[in-house]
Design a protein around this ligand. Sequence first.
Ligand SMILES: C[S@@+](CC[C@H](N)C(=O)[O-])C[C@H]1O[C@@H](n2cnc3c(N)ncnc32)[C@H](O)[C@@H]1O
Length: 441
Amino acid sequence: MQSFPAFLPLEGRSIAIIGAGPAADAKARLFEGSPATVLRFAETPDAGELEIAALIFIAEADPAKRETALAAARRTRAWVNVVDAAALCDFITPAIVDRGELVIGVSTSGAAPTLARDIRAKIETLVPAAYAKLADLARRMRDRVLNAKPSLADRRAAWESILRGQAGERALTGDLDGAAALAEETLRGARSARGVVHLVGAGPGDPELLTLKALRILQDADIIFHDKLVDARVLDLARRDAERVFVGKSRGDHSVPQREIEWRLIAAARAGKRVVRLKGGDPFIFGRGGEEMEALRAAGVEAHVVPGVTSALGVAAEAQIPLTHRDHAQSVTFVTGHAKDGASAMDWSAFAGSAQTLVVYMGVDTASQTAAALIAAGRSPDTPVAVIENGTTERVKNVRGALRDLPRLIGDAGIVGPALLFIGEVAAAPSALTQAAEDAA
Ligand SMILES: C[S@@+](CC[C@H](N)C(=O)[O-])C[C@H]1O[C@@H](n2cnc3c(N)ncnc32)[C@H](O)[C@@H]1O
């Protein structure tokens, strides 16, 4: 170890920054939101003004001015950091992950600051901002836990139950009062481990489209219920020892009935597990997440929802289909081609006007009825369409054409789904879209 990490409490401390310009501003930004008093000096001040500083940063590009500042700083007892001059520094400024009470500093002992910043970026994704709330809860409960659990072993066990259990979960939502109440119950032994269910949106396939929250919850899960739409690469991000349960379900093939899925989620939560119900796209867009939520609530199980990138958004982005466009689409509508009562029950006339985009989920089998109904309702047979299967995965298929040819396009390409139908002017190939906009101008 070439340098020793230590953390300096900032309460009641002053930090001096000598110099003007971006480097000095960057140092000042490090202390934003901290209790430290930041003293900014464009030029080296009188010796007395630096005396109260605990740390002095010198961000002075001019060598003569830097010498003057360094001489003044050395007359104090402060630790000194000279920007871009490692040999003159008493301490190294690490790359910092700032989560309030929780602070992570990364240093390469000055050898490779860029590497330190890259590592920090990785840690930023692993330690979500909400973790600051866990530290807030721990501070709030510290004396209480100390008094209630005098033995070190009991105390450690209590902290594990609080921070990894429901109190911690609650703190992460920002409800510190609720979290503290749950922590109290845990301390009194009134609360045995009770599980929780998260309905998590897995996005359309590409694991990089997961939200940071989804990733954190996935990595915390004891058991994960997933179905066909969830990409294997997303599941790979879960903890290795987490149990994975396939509750595969595809339209018309309800291998695990919806009620049974709900019942299994409830049973796992009642067994004290942290349960993730991982759903393709977003849980509340054609995903029956609403029904699962209601069932969990009715059973008195704590449940949360983490949104996901719905396939229409992820797939359109990949295919560069702007769902709205100043010149071509003033609205976008998501519909299902497989409504409970059949596609024909849909009032297609509402979607027949031009300058609107229609995205049909689960619409492959009913594509010919959809095209016929839209044309009958007045939408031009020349309206551009795109059909995209397995978007954001390496199995993607993307075909484009006109509304009148929709069933043939699907048949010729052998598309069976999961696929989305994009109907509207924006579904034209990007070059055609640009040309149309230029013609209109
Ligand atoms: C039961 S719905 C679930 C939708 C999901 N909750 C969402 O927000 O995307 C399944 C339909 O989503 C669409 N879908 C999901 N993932 C897709 C993908 N990667 N590419 C194309 N369509 C997809 C297809 O229309 C599929 O039939």
